[in-house]
Design a binder for this molecule. Sequence first.
Ligand SMILES: C[S@@+](CC[C@H](N)C(=O)[O-])C[C@H]1O[C@@H](n2cnc3c(N)ncnc32)[C@H](O)[C@@H]1O
Length: 187
Amino acid sequence: MKAPFAVCLLHEGMLNKNGKDVTTSLTLIDLHDISRSAKTYGLIQSYVAHPAILLRRLAGMLTNHWQYGYGSTYNPDRKAALDNLTVCENLEQILNDLKVKSGKPPKLIATSAKEGAGRITFAECKTILQEDQENSYLLMLGTGWGMTDQLLEKADYFLEPVRGPTPYNHLSVRSACAIILDRIFGK
Ligand SMILES: C[S@@+](CC[C@H](N)C(=O)[O-])C[C@H]1O[C@@H](n2cnc3c(N)ncnc32)[C@H](O)[C@@H]1O
């Protein structure tokens, strides 16, 4: 792939079960699993954004433990994954950081469990990443009941949903992330 690729987990601008725009809480296991998937599939960076300073500090305690604390020698494989995780306040901060790290202006790819118009297929996404030498790409992952339309509208592309053979459509964001990365980068 020519285009540098990163993933972010967002908590602001999410829907709750009643369709209201909310900020969701942080789930620490998401940070472990998403950064491990990102490392496995060769992403240049993984990000988590939360507007609440206390929750960013909590995320920072987790990354510090595995990067520099006892965890770094206890399990170096986990250190390697969490070394690539950056904690930010919001999407704008992530985009600025990715632009600096990749040296290329980032384009956004949204995800959702829902089908809808204007989605690109995994194959089309792969082709875009193989052909684009000008940009970096950021995969947007949501929490709660998914991203608000206002947030989704910021994306340059909207990826088709992951589907299984049953009508049950309730993957965790961690599982969805791993499957999406495998469909784009898997051998
Ligand atoms: C718990 S899910 C939210 C499900 C929500 N109903 C939606 O339509 O996105 C949280 C996040 O996981 C990701 N996700 C979950 N299921 C997915 C699927 N089948 N395909 C693509 N992404 C999915 C999306 O990033 C979503 O915002």
